[in-house]
Every structure is written in C-alpha cells, then in structure tokens.
Design a protein around this ligand. Structure first.
Ligand code: GRG
Length: 332
C-alpha cells in the first residue's frame, strides 16, 4: 500500500495530499517515500527551532515582520531534497541524522532564500510558490529582499557555529564549499547567465545551457551530497565519486524541472508553469525536443547510479539510488 494511504497520525490531511502529489509517477519504493517525508518532518522541526522568535545569545532582537517573512519562506513546504541528500550521504558513513541536521538546514535556508529572490518582480515575478503566495506578495518587496538576505547570512552563521561540528577545519570547509555552490561561480552566477540569456539576441548553445543549469540549480543539489561526504569524512576516492553523483543528479533534476514546466500544471506544481515556452527560453527541450530530453534525464540517472554502485558500499547506497530516481520522476 503506498505510503500516503497510511501516513502517520502526526501528518495532516493536507500534508498527506502534498506527499501523494510529490510521489505521483516516481519509480520509488514505499520505504523511500516514508524516509523522505520523515526527514522532511525532522528538517521542519529543526528549522522551526532555528527560526523561533526567541532571541539568541549575541542578538538584541528578532524583528517580527522580517522573521515572519523568513518563516513564510522556509517553513511548511518543500520536499527538502537538499537536506535529504546531506543527511543520507552522511549516513553512508555512519553519521546520525541529528549530527548532519544543522548542515542540512543551512543548505535548505540558502535554497529558500534563492526561491524568495527568484520570485521577486525584478527576476521571475511570480505570485505562487509551494502553493502559497510568494513572500513579496504575502509581505512586500523590501521585506522579501531582506528575508532572502537574512536566510542567506543565517545559513553561514549556523554552519560556522561549533554546535554544527566540533572540528573547526571541517566547519570552515562546509562554509567555503557552500559559499562556492551558492555564489559567483555557482547558483548566483548561474542565475545571472540565465537572465543574460533571456535578454540576448542569440539563444544559448547546448553546452552553454548545460553550464548555466549546472551552476544555477545543479551546484546546490551537488553540494548536498558533498556536504554529507565531508561530514562523513569520506576518503578521496569516495568523495570524487559522490561529487560526480551529485553533479549528475543536479543535471537530471534540472532536465526534469524543464520537463515538468512543459508538461505539468500550476495546481500540481504549486507554482506557475509553461514559463520557459512563454519566454521563448532556450532549454534542453527547445533544443532537443521532449522525448530526447526525457531520454537524457534517464541517462543521467543511470550514470549517477553507476557512480554509487562503484563505491562498493552494498545496500547502504540504496536510499541514494532511489533519490536519483525520485529526482527524475518527481511530480512536483
Ligand atoms: C536568486 C541567486 C538567485 C538564484 C535563483 C534556484 C534559483 C536560482 C531559481 C529558482 C528557479 C527555479 C524554479 C528553478 C528550477 C529548479 C528549482 C530550484 C526548483 C525548486 O526546487 P525544489 O523542486 O523545490 O527542490 P521545493 O519547493 O521542493 O524545495
């Protein structure tokens, strides 16, 4: 019986519907469904704690409207895929979920900030996100900018805090690599290339699209795997394979996203769809067609899974194998 028909009592009917829609069509086991939604619940609780109204040591005040906008952005929604990758990659090396949770939350806060800023009128100008009004609609533009800024900076504060890990060198690696994944040569840089391309006369080439997508969305997903491997103190060989795995699922995620944008509807996705075609945007679909894009997505997943099998960790990698399949087959 699929998981959404026997969800735990703590889950509201609305949450059950959310998860049912998320898993529609994904070729993953009920065990994986349960694991992803259980981790999402743990991430929600940890974020709730980090974004509580209680003033922390070193702070003088938590401005109520700004905090409410940050909570709107970060709580009560999302698949929590990036934190899941941190936690499950760390688990390969015996790291308990609670030891990876702050790192996972820091990454999710960066993701949430990027969604808030991406939805702003100066960028994608969207009204709907995760089935709710976007932050600038629910509050106002200035508050949305500040909420994004504060989530971004809070992520690094959380990582740098000794509560995240006892080893200061490991913490500084987490900070450095998250900054690289989200900054100039990562997500923000990829977003800039995407915006430039929209205004350019010539459409992006195939290779340029791949590079832009690897930076804009791939880098943060790949960082989830990388951060988990760092927490697990993976050796060089395992690290290299896991980084390759992360890059491949990042690429598969983006192709899947383009396919969803072309095929799905706003009610299922909880955000506006058909944007790429409306803007005449160069995507892999516009260059290769839908069928070839679907084939490429599946190839990327197969290559990603091969990297995991080469790690030789046996059944321990099963969850990540399913995560790769889920990334490609998700319905929202
Ligand atoms: C504003 C610096 C800056 C960057 C924005 C990530 C991004 C760059 C823009 C988001 C636009 C977008 C919708 C891209 C498609 C891929 C994507 C990030 C989808 C949303 O991620 P999910 O499916 O969302 O993991 P949930 O809601 O489940 O967390």
């Amino acid at each position: 019986m699929p998981f959404f028909h026997r969800h735990p009592p703590c889950q509201s009917p609305l949450q059950a519907v959310f998860w049912r829609d998320v898993f529609l069509g994904a070729r993953v086991s009920a065990r994986f469904e349960q694991r992803l939604s259980a981790v999402a619940d743990q991430v929600e609780a940890a974020l709730e704690n980090l974004l509580s109204p209680h003033v922390r040591s070193g702070e003088t005040r938590r401005p109520a409207r700004l905090l409410a906008a940050m909570r709107h952005a970060a709580l009560g929604g999302g698949k929590r895929l990036r934190p899941f990758l941190v936690i499950e990659t760390a688990a390969l090396f015996g790291v308990m979920p609670e030891m990876a949770m702050r790192t996972a939350c820091a990454l999710e806060m960066i993701h949430c900030y990027s969604l808030v800023h991406d939805d702003l009128p100066a960028m994608d100008d969207d009204d709907l996100r995760r089935g709710l009004p976007t932050v600038h609609k629910a509050y106002d533009e200035a508050t949305a900018i500040l909420a994004g800024d504060a989530l971004l900076t809070y992520a690094f504060e959380v990582l740098a805090d000794p509560a995240t890990h006892a080893d200061p060198f490991l913490r500084s690696e987490l900070v450095r690599l998250l900054a690289m994944a989200s900054g100039l040569g990562g997500m923000a840089g990829g977003q800039a290339l995407d915006l430039e391309a929209e205004r350019a006369e010539k459409p992006l080439t195939f290779d340029e699209i791949l590079q832009m997508q690897a930076m804009k969305t791939g880098a943060l997903l790949a960082h989830g795997v990388e951060a988990g491997a760092i927490l697990g103190r993976a050796n060089h060989l395992a690290m290299a394979r896991l980084k390759k795995f992360g890059a491949l699922i990042g690429a598969a995620f983006q192709v899947a996203d383009d396919i969803l944008d072309a095929k799905s509807d706003a009610a299922t996705l909880g955000k506006r769809t058909g944007k790429d075609a409306q803007r005449n945007k160069a995507t892999l679909i516009s260059l290769m067609g839908l069928e070839a894009a679907e084939k490429r997505r599946d190839q990327l997943v197969d290559e990603a899974v091969a990297e995991l099998h080469a790690l030789d960790l046996g059944a321990r990698t099963d969850v990540l194998v399913e995560a790769a399949r889920f990334v490609a087959g998700r319905a929202s």
